[in-house]
Design a protein around this ligand. Structure first.
Ligand code: DI6
Ligand code: FE
Length: 408
């Protein structure tokens, strides 16, 4: 019986380990895998004399931790290309939302779609991420806005994880916007979430976290506080769409609840940044939405960096503000629109994205004891992931040390 299932040799390894400069690089390295976990990693010349079931030379290719997309609305019905045309002709996102378009038009399409249709529609989007080296994806509900349809969305997300071999982490986002049946009465809809939808999702173990949209066109800090207090009673961590279109105190609110992450942050104040830093809450930057909305207010990148707030990047894949199914493109936007370095971008979709999902203990860097979720690349240096737009440099993806099976 071999000690290791697989030994990867002749590899250039970007470990992305915290605190190590220059991508945590091991120039001529090897990785030993047993039971889907990294059992040894280091210089090839120092590999312990143990037996491996299979030894595979990577012929000098780069390897990095498999990528993590920590903020997606990947499951939804329909699409909103027609609205996109209207926005290009001058209609604002808020105008369209006020007319019952926007999120509510996707709510209608999602409610009308069967589980099978939602699964089939989401599959190509999940494929697109996996083809770019993504092994862990967060998927939110938030287009059902009633008990049956919110649970329907979360069950589809769970099934995508079970069938694809990727890790899917789910977030209940029933507080995405006010359900049409409760138009004008956000408090009454929040009662429905807190008293019915959240307990049901928790009972069925359908949600790994709870999220909300804290914004002038959705829910205010007081309403979100009610939701987060109840989430914590169910032992669920929270995350928050915060300060995207205005400073609603979202970052401070997320920090107060020890949120895993606060996401968007274009209008977050210096006080909000300080609160995130003190709470250890990660910032999830969503440049796809920033670009699609023609936003001009950048997140406070300098303050976030100086305060040591972990910086993650994600696609925010959704039919309205970020119809983006490319984590590589999101990295390219993070560097071009938010001035993030290529190393910050790669850390943002590995180490820091894992942290934003509460998974920093078992993935996001290449270290002994972590999952052998490993991306193998055909490029000259990892900085090229933020540099090129539209290329496909992935050579192979190992999920728990195995090449993923085709997603049915
Ligand atoms: N912020 C966003 O950008 C998306 N949701 C949110 O809370 C928009 C989702 C949509 O327009 O469908
Ligand atoms: Fe989002």
């Amino acid at each position: 019986m071999a000690d290791w299932d697989l030994l990867l040799t002749d590899a250039r390894i970007a470990t992305m380990r915290q605190g190590e400069p220059d991508y945590g690089v091991i120039e001529s390295g090897a990785i030993a895998i047993a039971g889907g976990v990294i059992d040894w990693i280091g210089a090839a010349a120092e590999v312990p004399g143990r037996e491996a079931g299979e030894t595979r030379s990577l012929e000098g290719r780069w390897v990095t931790p498999a990528l993590v997309d920590c903020h997606t609305h990947l499951v939804f019905g329909g699409q909103r290309a027609e609205e996109y045309e209207r926005r290009l002709r001058g209609a604002s996102y808020e105008d369209i939302a006020a007319e019952g378009g926007g999120i509510l038009s996707t709510v209608k399409a999602t409610r009308e779609a069967s589980d099978e249709q939602l699964y089939a529609d989401a599959l190509p989007r999940l494929h697109a991420l996996a083809r770019e080296g993504v092994a862990t994806v967060e998927i939110k509900s938030g287009y059902g806005l009633d008990l049956d349809n919110e649970l329907k969305m979360l069950r589809v997300a769970r099934r995508l994880g079970e069938h694809s071999g990727l890790t899917v982490r789910t977030s209940l986002l029933a507080a995405h916007t006010v359900a049409p049946e409760f138009a004008g009465d956000a408090d009454a809809y929040m009662d429905r979430i807190v008293d019915e939808i959240l307990p049901a999702a928790a009972r069925e173990d359908l949600a790994d976290a709870v999220d909300a949209y804290c914004e002038s066109i959705a829910f205010d800090a007081r309403q979100v506080e009610r939701l987060f207090s109840r989430a914590q009673k169910f032992g669920l961590r929270v995350k928050l769409h915060a300060d995207q279109l205005s400073d609603g105190g979202g970052a401070e609110l997320a920090a107060r609840f020890g949120a895993l992450s606060a996401d968007h942050l274009e209008y977050t104040s210096p006080e909000g940044v300080r609160a995130l830093a003190e709470a250890g809450t990660a910032a999830v930057l969503l440049p796809g939405a920033y670009l699609t909305l023609n936003e001009t207010q950048q997140p406070p990148m300098g303050e976030l960096r100086e305060s040591g707030v972990p910086l993650a990047i994600a696609t925010d894949c959704n039919p309205g503000t970020s119809p983006l199914c490319s984590i590589h493109f999101a990295m390219g936007l993070g560097s071009r629109l938010f001035g993030m370095t290529p190393e910050e971008c790669l850390a943002g979709v590995t180490r820091e994205a894992a942290r934003a999902l509460g998974l920093g203990h078992d993935r996001g860097t290449l270290e002994t004891g972590k999952r052998a979720d490993i991306a193998i690349w055909d490029f000259d240096h990892p900085r090229e992931l933020a540099y090129w737009l539209g290329t496909h440099p992935l050579s192979d993806l190992l999920i728990a040390g195995q090449s993923p099976r085709p997603i049915p």
